[in-house]
Design a protein around this ligand. Structure first.
Ligand code: FES
Ligand code: FES
Length: 171
């Protein structure tokens, strides 16, 4: 069975006739052509790479059907910032070296933006708890946590957490 739905993604309305069982992550990637939303655990809901915002709240898009997003506003990583105007959290990720391969990054950013909207001045423990649904195989999380704390501090006019010290080049 199919249904015609209209989903607004990053401000653009996409009207498509889709199978009832189509997952939202596949709608975003295949119907909207927005491949910044990743699939890491093949639809098991464990990795968080597919996280987007639905009506401003973070959701794993492999755990939702596309038809459940009918009439809703979705934000993906492509709608968070632009190359010339990065979101403050993207700036912090760059400054604090919070990514390596980057596969997890879009999902973590979409989750963390929602988290920061709800948590004005989070502790490190709260940030780590918020990341429990996002797996990163590369970074060890420390720089991700520092970047999120720094973005929070910047947002509220506080002194940002200082960036990691530059590594001295070998003699
Ligand atoms: Fe959705 Fe892993 S692909 S949680
Ligand atoms: Fe590679 Fe997170 S930066 S998985």
């Amino acid at each position: 069975m199919e249904k015609t739905i209209t989903v607004t993604v990053n401000g653009t309305a996409y009207t498509r006739t889709v199978p009832l069982r189509l997952l939202l992550v596949d709608f975003i990637r295949d119907e909207c052509g927005l491949t910044g939303t990743h699939i890491g655990c093949t639809y098991e809901g464990r990795c968080g790479a597919c996280t987007v915002q639905i009506e401003g709240r973070a959701h794993k898009s492999c755990m939702k059907l596309a038809v459940q997003a009918d009439g809703k506003e979705i934000t993906t990583i492509e709608g968070l910032g632009s190359r010339d105007n990065l979101h403050r959290l993207q700036q912090a990720f760059s400054r604090y070296h919070a990514l390596q391969c980057g596969f997890c990054t879009s999902g973590i950013l979409m989750n963390a933006v929602d988290f920061l909207n709800e948590n004005i001045n989070p502790s490190e423990a709260e940030v780590r708890r918020a990341l429990v649904g996002n797996l990163c195989r590369c970074t060890g999380y420390s720089h991700i946590v520092e970047a999120i704390l720094a973005a929070s501090a910047t947002r509220h006019g506080l002194k940002p957490v200082p960036p990691p010290a530059e590594t001295e080049p070998p003699p």
